[in-house]
Write a protein that binds this ligand. Structure first.
Ligand code: PMP
Length: 405
């Protein structure tokens, strides 16, 4: 049992994750995907063991149970984000699919030649490429808000215009850890009558996100970065927008009626959930949210701030290290390089000490280009990381430096 909403004890919380008892592992790559607690694994297993069936289709008992569990997971997500209207929650495969859904079902039907989509220079590829594809199809333009070298956005207001029809910004950077001032972006979007999209892949897992207070038009995130299974994510959309939008994918489930020459659509959210959904995964995500609520999102954020500060201070003591980004408001993601050691070598050497860090471009090549590097090392945290693990990391990095001297 968890000592609910007290301060975080990572050593206790680690016990909820089978992987940490099965192998020696310092896992510092939660921005890529989080580890999975037993309760999530068991919830998925229990679905297949006890009531595996399709949803929304049949009247027999196990199908009713599956449908109920699937829809309860949707309700849990709405509540977690402080959203009143459960029909504004669409299950997708993840952030990438959620953003593509907007690009296909809203942008391609509402934008015209020379209209503008605004993103930032610090986006993940999944918040760049879908807009590039849409702009190409429509003849619209993709405009970019640049970042400063400290990893903060540079005067976003300068890049809005009457032509801006949609703005899509990451809540927390997966490279710098910067928590962007999305209130300001959403307010600007309203002023210019543009649709606001928040890539919340790195924020929803780590701190409270109140969608009602934000009042954005769309918000996207992935279940696998917040203790849930892979293959399930969420798109929140304002119901009045979702109602007017065309479907994304066509097939079963998303229709009301089908004739051979035309069809009509189901109500939202099911209009956007064509085919058999990721039932077990969605139910597993519901279990993940229960656990996050029990631990407390504020507590998670506060703990991650502490471990991030500790890590930055410890890393700064290492000779030849360069940490990228220094935003005052940041989460638990730290990106760095060490002089004369390629980040892949660094990741390989610390791996010998059973420490998992990420090396590469982090699906953010425009950031790498501006930093003038081909790749960086990155560490990222969750509440199961301990301060001792940071000491192990720093010792391992120092060993790597010695090896390359
Ligand atoms: N946006 C950000 C900021 C991310 O960090 C990621 C995952 N690294 C994504 C989008 C894409 O998420 P997914 O691969 O789960 O669709």
């Amino acid at each position: 049992m968890i000592n609910s909403k007290s301060s975080i004890d990572p050593n206790e919380l680690r016990k909820l994750f089978p992987i940490f008892s099965k192998r020696s592992l310092v896992y510092l790559d939660s921005a890529a995907t989080s580890q999975k607690p037993e309760i999530v694994i068991n919830t998925v297993k229990n679905f297949y063991d006890e009531y595996n069936s399709n949803v929304h289709r049949s009247i027999y008992d196990i199908s009713q149970e599956a449908t109920e569990a699937y829809e309860i997971a949707r309700e849990k997500i709405a509540k977690f984000l402080n959203i009143d209207k459960v029909n504004s929650i669409i299950f997708t495969k993840g952030t990438t699919e959620s953003i593509n859904l907007i690009a296909y079902s809203w942008v391609r039907h509402n934008l015209q030649k020379d209209d503008e989509i605004l993103i930032t220079e610090m986006e993940h590829h999944s918040n760049i490429v879908p807009w590039q594809l849409a702009c190409k199809d429509i003849g619209a333009k993709l405009k970019i808000i640049p970042f400063e070298m400290d990893g903060t956005l540079s005067n976003p207001e300068k890049y809005f215009s009457k032509k801006t029809k949609l703005v899509s910004v990451t809540h927390q950077s997966n490279v710098f850890g910067t928590i962007n001032d999305i209130d300001k972006i959403i307010t600007l979007a309203k002023k210019y009558n543009a649709i606001s999209v928040i890539d919340a892949a790195q924020s929803v897992p780590h701190f409270p996100v109140d969608v009602k207070a934000l009042d954005c038009d769309f918000l996207a995130f992935s279940g696998h970065k917040m203790l849930g299974p892979t293959g399930v994510g969420v798109l929140y959309g304002k119901p009045e927008l979702l109602e007017k939008m065309n479907p994304f994918l066509g097939g079963g489930e998303m229709i009301r009626s089908v004739k051979l020459n035309e069809s009509t659509w189901n109500d939202i959210p099911w209009k956007f959930e064509a085919g058999t959904p990721n039932i077990a995964q969605a139910i597993g995500l519901g279990a993940a949210i229960d656990l996050l609520n029990q631990i407390g999102m504020k507590e998670i954020h506060n703990y991650e701030k502490k471990i991030t500060d500790y890590t930055i201070n410890s890393l700064r003591e290492i000779d030849g290290i360069k940490i990228y980004g220094n935003a005052p408001n940041r989460g638990g993601v730290i990106t760095f390089n060490i002089d004369n050691i390629h980040s892949h070598d660094l990741a390989q050497i610390v791996n010998n000490d059973k420490i998992a860090i990420r090396a590469g471009h982090h699906c953010a090549q425009p950031i790498m280009n501006k930093l003038n590097v081909s790749s960086t090392a990155r560490v990222s945290f969750y509440f199961y990381n301990t301060f001792d693990e940071i000491d192990l990391l720093c010792n391992s990095l120092k060993k790597a430096i010695k090896l390359f001297q």
